[in-house]
Design a protein around this ligand. Structure first.
Ligand SMILES: Cc1cc2nc3c(=O)[nH]c(=O)nc-3n(C[C@H](O)[C@H](O)[C@H](O)COP(=O)(O)OP(=O)(O)OC[C@H]3O[C@@H](n4cnc5c(N)ncnc54)[C@H](O)[C@@H]3O)c2cc1C
Length: 494
């Protein structure tokens, strides 16, 4: 790296920031990432409690199938350099209702058979769903054309670029999960749809996500989120990038940044790779808010955000009764303003040996939370920390009771590892309302794309999962790449 190389300062060491750093180093820039936490990875992270690992992100990693755009991008980022083992989860999701269970199996035909056996009267809806899943998987398996690579990183977009797929998907457009679920007579299939993701989600989200899983493009790397963040961090450092951990950024100016500790850092370019709302509110100025975001602010109801209250337990045993994720009915569990009469339990044993000592595992339950819940947790935390802790423990106790009522053989075998709330995400990552995914695409919202370039600021760019539908780690990484692309274009012009 020449001393004369232009300097890019990147705010945030999540997947978007690390991606910008890697592409920036490769393009010959001098990059420095400033990350407020003491570890990089952002939302794609995990932590250890009592010798057990809590994986806090990857349920699926889009881009595990060779030949797809996302696989290629991960390749450029060096994710495959050390051949991390890729594994397919035992199933995508299972739901149980009054003794009946349906599962989204790796083989979509098996899912079709199981659903038809349970509910022959839902024959039309089941066949439409599975036919479309198989068509989507076929499109992914055939790979996508190189010219599409630049802008179709998500499974959703690459699948939708196929005309037949688009035509067949029309029945799901403009319909949310709640409406779709109501089309099924079978209560267990209805439950599956609503257990998988929030009811506001546009319904083809499940179709597309399941297609990706069936095609082997939504698997997991052994080691999960911790491993992924570590590989990208190592690659960035190996390319000569500088990572300043535990250094929060207070303000961004065109000349550089001001750190929380008062230090000023000069830069030729700045990439804000953290929460986009936080960026305009705290780091820059609201006067630079792009039109797409303004529209979202004006039509807030169309663009909901969600977060979660999550609970992790160590299990003395492997919990083989749940090979991956199972949702089931329970006595109501209350968390903030919500009451849940179903919970989903995910078993992390398959993620790798690091998860738990031999013969043991970690399970997690994630309860969807919304704005009013975020406010509840925030107030509790701010007003009386003891109450906050007590309330978290109450939620954990209710969840433990629900699990043990269903699986009495685990009575006395669960140890609480951690409970974290929407406010934990806000404190840790500066996530708006604790939202760790971008705005939900509902039946009435557009797939709002937020540009990386900021009108009025020549050398400041945005990156991060907020910018690109559907969010998640591939979108985050692509926006990091795109931000560097803009800087390269600017330098070439000069
Ligand atoms: C429970 C959960 C499950 C998920 N499941 C999946 C999944 O299965 N598949 C998938 O693809 N995605 C999943 N995601 C989403 C995925 O983790 C995110 O979309 C992605 O990691 C976002 O990356 P990012 O770099 O855009 O943002 P972030 O990860 O939020 O990174 C932003 C970084 O900026 C730092 N920062 C913020 N403010 C400052 C400041 N002032 N100064 C310095 N640093 C700052 C933060 O600390 C953070 O490290 C999940 C997330 C969660 C939490």
């Amino acid at each position: 790296m020449s001393d004369k190389a232009k300097k890019i300062v990147i705010v945030g060491g999540g997947i978007a920031g690390l991606s910008a750093g890697i592409y920036g180093q490769r393009a010959g820039f001098n990059t420095v990432i400033y990350e407020k936490n003491t570890v990089a990875g952002g939302s794609c992270s995990g932590w250890y409690r009592q010798g057990y690992a809590i994986d806090n992100c990857l349920h699926w990693l889009t881009g595990t199938r060779e030949g797809t755009a996302a696989y290629q991008m991960w390749n450029e980022l060096g994710l495959w350099d050390k051949n991390p083992e890729i594994f397919k989860r035992a199933c995508f999701w299972s739901s149980e209702y009054e003794g009946e269970t349906v599962t989204l199996w790796p083989d979509a035909e098996k899912t079709r058979e199981e659903m038809l056996k349970i509910s022959p009267e839902d024959h039309d809806e089941i066949n439409a769903f599975i036919d479309l899943v198989k068509l989507g998987a076929e499109v992914i398996e055939n790979g996508i054309k190189p010219k599409e690579l630049a802008h179709t990183i998500s499974t959703h977009e690459s699948v939708m670029s196929d005309r037949k797929m688009f035509r067949y998907s029309m029945r799901y457009f403009g319909m949310n999960n709640e409406t779709w679920a109501a089309k099924f007579k079978s209560p267990v299939i209805r439950s599956l749809i609503l257990d998988f993701c929030p009811k506001e989600y546009e319904s083809y989200w499940l179709v597309i996500a399941y297609s990706a899983y069936v095609a082997g493009n939504a698997d997991i790397i052994k080691g999960g989120s911790i491993k992924m963040a570590q590989i990208l961090t190592d690659n960035y450092l190996a390319l000569g990038g500088k990572l300043e951990l535990g250094k929060g950024v207070k303000k961004v100016k065109t000349t550089g940044i001001l750190l929380d500790n008062g230090e000023k850092v000069d830069a030729d370019y700045i990439i804000c790779a953290c929460d986009v709302n936080y960026t305009f509110k705290n780091l820059l100025s609201r006067k630079y808010v792009p039109i797409t975001l303004k529209r979202i602010y004006d039509e807030r109801k169309k663009y909901p955000l969600y977060s979660a209250c999550q609970i992790a337990f160590a299990v003395d045993g492997l919990f083989e009764e749940i090979p991956d994720t199972l949702s089931f009915a329970c006595e109501p569990v209350e968390a903030a303003h919500e009451a849940y009469d179903r919970i989903g339990v995910k078993n992390y044993r398959a993620y790798g040996e690091y998860i738990a000592p031999e013969g043991k595992t970690v399970i997690q339950v994630s309860l969807n939370q919304y704005k009013k819940d975020y406010i509840y947790w925030k107030k509790l935390y701010t007003n009386n920390h003891d109450d906050y802790v007590r309330e978290k423990n109450n939620v954990a106790a209710a969840v433990e009771n629900a699990i043990c009522a269903k699986f009495p053989q685990y009575e006395g075998k669960l140890t609480l590892l951690d409970v974290w709330t929407p406010y934990s995400y806000a404190r840790r990552n500066n996530d708006t309302q604790g939202a760790f995914m971008r705005y939900i695409t509902t039946a009435t919202s557009m797939n709002a794309i937020i540009p990386s370039e900021i009108v009025g600021l020549d050398n400041v760019f945005l990156a991060g999962h907020w910018l690109l539908y559907p969010g998640g780690v591939p979108s985050a990484a692509l926006t990091g790449k795109n931000a560097i692309g803009h800087i390269v274009a600017r330098e070439n012009k000069r």
